[in-house]
Design a protein around this ligand. Sequence first.
Ligand SMILES: NC(=O)c1ccc[n+]([C@@H]2O[C@H](COP(=O)([O-])OP(=O)(O)OC[C@H]3O[C@@H](n4cnc5c(N)ncnc54)[C@H](O)[C@@H]3O)[C@@H](O)[C@H]2O)c1
Length: 379
Amino acid sequence: MNKITIGVVGAGTMGMGIAQVAAMAGHHVVLTDSNTTGLQKAQTQLQDQLNRLAEKGKISNADAVATFGRFYFSENLNACAECELIIEAVIEDLSVKKSLFETLEKTVSSNCILASNTSSLSVTSLASSCKNPERFIGMHFFNPVPLMPLVEIIPAIQTISSNIQMAKDLVESWGKITVIAKDTPGFIVNRIARPYYSEAIRIFEEGFADFATIDYAMTSVYGFKMGPFALMDFIGNDVNYAVTKSVWEACFYEPRYKPSFTQRNLVAAGWLGKKSGKGYYDYSKEIQVPDTVNTELTKNIAWRILVMLINEAADALYYQIASREDIEIAMCKGVNYPKGLLQWADEIGIKNCIETLDRLFNQYHEERYRCSVALKEMV
Ligand SMILES: NC(=O)c1ccc[n+]([C@@H]2O[C@H](COP(=O)([O-])OP(=O)(O)OC[C@H]3O[C@@H](n4cnc5c(N)ncnc54)[C@H](O)[C@@H]3O)[C@@H](O)[C@H]2O)c1
């Protein structure tokens, strides 16, 4: 594929990762950030990262030098003038991003594609900040970018189809796996994964089990790599709470996505997870495991969370958020689920899933337990 020059705006965690992957794929990359110190830090970190890869023998010394030579660092957005694609990765703030795109559009050529790495904002709304919204697209990378294979491609309703194909082909040429998602809150992964956290918290709040038992249930019964509470601590409870809140609000306060007081209180207390030393777990102590294991209880917990995930995946399919294949790929490659949720539903029996959901709905009379029409149709 033609090695176009790529601009990356925002040299934080994501911008740095995207810039590294693009440069390693042979592109010249202009990396800009409004913060001088941040940009200098990114420059040092990218150099260190490439050196480390060379030391480990993953790339040659010559490749490390050549890759670093393809970066151009600048605080000035005008440095992006010649870029053919610009990927924005600045802070998650609609007005900051919109004003950035208004400025960028005045700087770049008329055929430069503008992309955002937003994880929760409306791509269509960002596109509307451009005079030429057809050029706009969402490209959602996962953290850490060099290691996570998935990229969700999210066309705005204004995006022209040739740009969808271009974005897809480009990141696939970098070794990434792409899925196409409709521009709806949370796209595919951050929407379908919600019950992994929310149902786990709900089970805890109802007093059925502690964090360690619920985590143990998901890892031991179904082989998830991390239990929900360990994972929330890893992501950061502030980040996870913000995503939950944003998906809930953006879905017009859909009850299924309602945040919890447990999550809110952790954030208020500054118990943000691993990064602050304490979250659901206390990281100054030994790794916590459940005191005793009740096989029946762990099975019931794991089943309830899995069924809620399956219901969410089925609903995403019903509302055409993505194709069946892309839903399955997204959950396996974006959050390392051991299996595609719809395949899982087929294997354990869709009828069983419906029965559990209907039982929960009859018990609680809450919208969060309504069974997706898609599951009813499948059976
Ligand atoms: N961190 C994640 O796990 C993750 C995953 C997927 C998507 N995202 C999305 O990627 C984007 C960036 O997230 P991050 O975690 O890298 O943030 P970050 O805070 O690490 O980096 C943001 C950078 O943007 C810079 N910046 C802010 N305003 C700017 C402006 N007007 N012009 C130029 N630079 C500016 C900041 O100085 C900072 O260096 C967000 O939209 C976020 O939602 C994050």
